[in-house]
Design a protein around this ligand. Structure first.
Ligand SMILES: NC(=O)c1ccc[n+]([C@@H]2O[C@H](COP(=O)([O-])OP(=O)(O)OC[C@H]3O[C@@H](n4cnc5c(N)ncnc54)[C@H](O)[C@@H]3O)[C@@H](O)[C@H]2O)c1
Length: 341
């Protein structure tokens, strides 16, 4: 069991939030890595990390025996290769979402993680978002009764983040990196956390906003969970509006309306006659990338040998539902996600 966490961070764009999470926890940062020296320098200077701890090759992190925890925040296509190498080297791994893009890569990571003695976490950050944590707490307390319909959306304009400045293909434009898998995985994972694993999905897609990608930029999926529980996910990666993950959770005794970008949520409850009461407004912190809490949870799992809530299998199930949605939109058929990994 680890007593002291010594961290290496790979990928210095979104991955800077992992550096903040580890620093806030009080972990030692032994190395930061980025293959782009400019991004590496920017992050190193921003967090006051001495230059001798900057590396451009992630193997220098793998080969550093002092480092026992590594965060991976590089393009999704590389997650499998880097995570499997890290696990084989005996490092605990925090990997960004989505776990991977293909069934084959997902299966390899699950196998490597489950064969390892180390902890593996996929950064499904919505589970640490204050509004969604509050919604889960209200559901678990029974306040809104039994769920019968859950919906979430991921609407985020990718227009400026799917093209490289030099005109070359961006990793986000890879057909395997469909918007439902890359970004929509947040909404899918949230619904899985709140309502369980969907048994069937059906979807339609449209493509009007992002000419530089080959995949649909809007997708609407409906899904069947257990008996008498249905759901809906809407993903738009070209939308002309501010980023949102508006989420509505309908129960037999009440309803929750929330969003990761809103400072309030609305809660409807009922009295003993089943009549709907005046809505309550609950104030919340807006923190849709709560990497501090995410790292705290991971550190607790490592130090106290607890099960990681979003382990490789959880990350794999979320990718599987996303892939089922994409397949349904392409084939026009209902798809049953396959959770056997
Ligand atoms: N949780 C969230 O809300 C969220 C938000 C954004 C991105 N992400 C995820 O984080 C990951 C990174 O996304 P991003 O937005 O930072 O991408 P990005 O392309 O902006 O940055 C990736 C960084 O990794 C570096 N890099 C690439 N390959 C590398 C390698 N082999 N070794 C070292 N450095 C390498 C690049 O130089 C770049 O600095 C992706 O998996 C993405 O899906 C998650």
């Amino acid at each position: 069991m680890e007593k002291k966490l010594v961290v290496g961070n790979i990928g210095m764009k979104f991955g800077m939030s992992h550096v903040e999470g580890a620093m806030n926890y009080g972990a030692e940062i032994a190395a930061i890595c980025d293959c782009d020296p400019d991004n590496l320098r920017f992050a190193g200077e921003r967090y006051g990390i001495p230059e001798e701890k900057w590396v451009t090759d992630y193997h220098d992190i793998i080969n550093n025996p002092e480092i026992n925890v590594v965060s991976v925040a590089i393009p999704d296509q590389q997650h499998k290769q880097v995570c499997c190498e890290l696990l084989a080297a005996g490092k605990h791994v925090l990997c960004e979402k989505p776990l991977a893009l293909t069934r084959e890569d997902v299966e390899e990571i699950v196998k490597a993680a489950e064969e390892s003695d180390c902890k593996f976490m996929v950064g499904q950050i919505c589970r640490f978002t204050p509004s969604f944590e509050k919604a889960k707490e209200i559901i678990d307390a029974g306040t809104i009764g039994e769920l019968y319909f859950v919906e979430s959306e991921y609407a985020h304009d990718y227009m400026h983040i799917v093209e490289n400045k030099d005109g070359s293909a961006h990793w986000r434009a890879d057909p395997n990196r469909h918007g439902v898998i890359g970004g929509g995985c947040h909404a899918v994972d949230l619904l899985r956390w709140l309502a369980g694993d969907p048994k069937e999905v059906f979807a339609y897609g449209t493509h009007k906003l992002l000419p530089t990608v080959s995949y649909d930029d809007a997708t609407i999926a409906i899904m069947k969970f257990d008996e008498d529980l249905a759901g809906k996910v809407f993903v738009s990666t070209g939308c002309k509006r501010d980023y949102t993950m508006r989420t509505v959770i309908y129960g037999t005794k009440g309803t929750i309306i929330c969003d990761n970008t809103s400072p309030t949520m609305t809660l409807f409850t009922t009295d003993e006659n089943g009549d709907t009461q005046e809505p309550q407004t609950i104030e919340l912190e807006v923190n849709n990338h709560n990497a501090v809490k995410e790292f705290e949870v991971f550190a607790d799992c490592i130090i106290n040998n607890k099960k990681v809530p979003t382990d490789a299998r959880e990350g794999a199930k979320t990718v599987e539902v996303c892939r089922a949605i994409v397949e349904s939109a392409e084939t026009g058929k209902i798809v049953n996600p396959n959770y056997e990994f």
